[in-house]
Design a protein around this ligand. Structure first.
Ligand code: S3P
Length: 181
């Protein structure tokens, strides 16, 4: 098989999906299973900017943030094969999406609205969720973004309550994709 992670993907695996889908958690588990480094694009954007994502949004706005995000993801995709978690809006940016499609393997972690609402309610650090009802905002983002996320190379359901099961499914999807391409 291979859901034990006994293979190496030929390109960096890029996790995409909405806030609360579990990209960081599953990304770290995938990295461990595949013995690859894990990197989080949002953390790298913060390091490069010397401030938090919320501060970037507040001081410079979303367009500026997307520009930084695009550059950081381009840079990370020039590096060695790794597991890369991206912020929920990254794959929505056409240029970023094209870079991911060309240089990486995209894996969409798909989650239902209830799961996203529950998971995002635990913390309040996300600028897009600050001013309004999480359920309404996430439901609108699902409508806007899911048709685009569907273009990902691999789609894995983010299972409620079992990160290990989701990781196994992601590994299987990744393995099958790599065999077929
Ligand atoms: C965003 C998601 C966030 C972060 C920023 C914008 C989005 O990342 O990049 O707040 O547009 O969905 P997570 O998806 O990791 O929370």
């Amino acid at each position: 098989m291979s859901s034990n992670g006994n293979f190496t993907p030929p390109k960096t695996v890029v996790l995409v999906g909405l806030m609360g889908a579990g990209k960081t958690c599953i990304g770290k588990k995938l990295a461990q299973a595949l013995r690859l480094p894990f990197v989080d694009a949002d953390v790298e954007i913060e390091k490069a900017a010397g401030c938090t994502i919320s501060e970037i949004f507040e001081e410079h706005g979303e367009v500026y943030f997307r520009d930084r995000e695009r550059l950081v993801i381009q840079r990370l995709l020039e590096g060695p094969v790794q597991i890369l978690s991206t912020g929920g809006g990254a794959f929505m940016d056409e240029l970023t999406r094209n870079t991911i499609t060309e240089k990486g393997i995209s894996l969409w972690l798909r989650a239902d609205l209830d799961i996203l609402v529950e998971r995002t309610s635990r913390r309040n650090h996300r600028p897009l969720l600050r001013n309004g009802n999480h359920r309404e905002i996430l439901s609108r983002l699902i409508e806007e973004r899911y048709p685009i996320y569907e273009q990902a190379d691999i789609i894995t359901e983010s299972e409620e309550g079992s990160a290990d099961l989701t990781t196994r499914n992601a590994l299987q999807g990744l393995h099958d994709f790599c065999q077929a391409s």
